[in-house]
Design a protein around this ligand. Structure first.
Ligand SMILES: *Cc1c(COP(=O)(O)O)cnc(C)c1O
Length: 443
């Protein structure tokens, strides 16, 4: 490549941003006069380095995933070592050590009834797989009427069609597709917050609904304890215990979507441990590879897998091309080792204490409706939606990366974050909320 050609590939920030805005469609973004995305050139530990050299402290863990921070030597090595052996092979009829080891690991870490692992490429697909398994299970038992799902409002389970059908019908942003989405059943958002006293009336609405439609229900699907992108709410473990009992009583499978909560984020390895419940299926993703590669899994029981496998067509009908990618499995194994060898419980509870202490300053602000913290998740709920580009820029100007959505300004930093870096995040939140989120200044 001669020098001139080479130079065409070394774009400065301006050129990169310009082409990005012209050709690259970002998540939930407009392509008409799109807001600019910040080009990142490197990332290490809890810091993202922008192309112009500025450093941002990461408050998002790249959407729950980068729990160990970026550019981790052991995770890098796991991918490099695997790459030297093979990047990928098809999973139909072939298998490999990283996938087998990872499946065994997941089975060991999750409730004992979960015994079979189906790998897929993203969280949304893990949810599709769980829904399909539930439907195939009841068909196998000759009860094909049981094909619908019951969930609670305020949930988020992904952007594919099955997953969209169980997202919150209002905040789920999927009303455009309602004509072709399967109509599912919805119970009210759990009325009982995480640490509030429980009253049995809090389960009334859910109990009434499951009792009324049990004959057409294949499964209940829920995010345990923490509802993520549907509203960032934390609910009582007793609610989850009651749901488990009602599912068993009414012969409905329970799918727990631990895609956001799994691998320590809430202070337990899996959020369902707060309630001590064991689901019939569990979906994992996001932090499973420490944020390195896309990989997800749906776990289920021996009983369900065998019922599906005994009936025609004697197989589970799903198979992604890149299923069980060896590099993704290898880095996931390394990420789980790094997590379990680290003092992650202490780290998460230290983050929790600090978030509670430092975000409490937001409670007094007139534009703030609620402040809540659980594990390494801190949420400031506002009275009005934020003006995203302005607010994002205000955070970047203060050297932190925070990406609010709707009325929610929230942080879930990497577990390795130090106290002073976390303090920069929380003080930026307090400042930006008080200066940029009040209704007075709305333009
Ligand atoms: C992010 C998320 C999903 C979807 O995962 P993708 O990898 O984005 O497809 C599903 N469920 C929950 C709870 C999530 O947080």
């Amino acid at each position: 490549m001669d020098r001139e050609q080479n130079q065409r590939f070394v774009w400065d920030e301006e050129q990169l941003s310009d082409r990005d805005r012209r050709h690259v469609w970002h998540p939930y973004a407009s392509m008409y006069n799109p807001p600019r995305a910040y080009p990142v050139s490197r990332a290490r530990g809890v810091r993202l380095t922008l192309l112009d050299g500025r450093e941002l402290i990461d408050g998002m863990s790249s959407w729950w995933a980068a729990i160990h921070g970026y550019n981790h030597p052991r995770l890098n090595r796991a991918i490099r070592d695997q790459l030297e052996k093979m990047a990928h092979v098809m999973f139909g009829g072939l298998t490999h050590e990283p996938a087998v080891k990872l499946a065994t690991r997941l089975v060991d870490l999750t409730p004992s009834a979960l015994d079979k692992v189906f790998f897929c490429d993203s969280g949304s697909v893990a949810v599709e797989v769980a829904i399909k398994m539930a439907i195939q299970y009841w068909q196998a038992l000759g009860r094909s009427r049981k094909s619908k799902l019951l969930t609670i409002r305020g949930g988020y389970h992904g952007d594919t069609f099955g997953a969209m059908s169980v997202c919150d019908p209002v905040t789920g942003m999927h009303s455009l597709f309602s004509a072709i989405l399967t109509a599912q059943h919805f119970a009210e958002v759990p009325a009982c917050r995480f640490d509030e006293a429980w009253h049995e009336r809090y389960i009334d609405d859910f109990r009434e609904r499951i009792t009324a439609v049990r004959d057409e229900l294949a499964a209940v699907i829920l995010e345990p304890i923490v509802q993520g992108a549907g509203g960032m709410r934390f609910y009582s473990p007793v609610f989850l215990e009651r749901v488990r009992d009602l599912c068993t009583k009414h012969e409905v499978l329970l799918i727990l979507d631990e895609i956001a909560t799994g691998f320590g984020r809430t202070g337990k390895l899996f959020a369902s441990e707060y309630a001590g419940v064991s689901p019939d299926m569990m979906c994992l993703g996001k932090a499973m590879t420490g944020g390195y590669m896309t990989l997800a899994a749906t776990l289920t029981t021996k009983q369900i897998s065998e019922a599906i496998s005994r009936a025609e067509p004697k197989a589970f009908m799903h198979g992604p091309t890149f299923m069980g990618n060896p590099m993704a499995c290898a880095v996931s194994l390394a990420s789980i080792d790094v997590l379990l060898e680290s003092p992650w419980r202490e780290r998460v509870s230290r983050i929790e204490r600090q978030l509670k202490r430092e975000l409490s300053a937001c409670s007094a602000l007139p534009e703030v409706k609620d402040v809540r913290v659980l594990g390494a998740i801190g949420v400031v709920e506002l009275a009005h939606p934020v003006r995203l580009p302005e607010v994002t820029q205000a955070f970047v100007d203060r050297g932190v990366w925070i990406r609010p959505f709707g009325r929610l300004v929230y942080t879930m930093p990497p577990f390795i974050i130090e106290e002073d870096d976390l303090e920069k995040i929380t003080s930026a939140i307090v400042e930006v909320v008080s200066r940029h989120c009040s209704n007075r200044n709305r333009g």
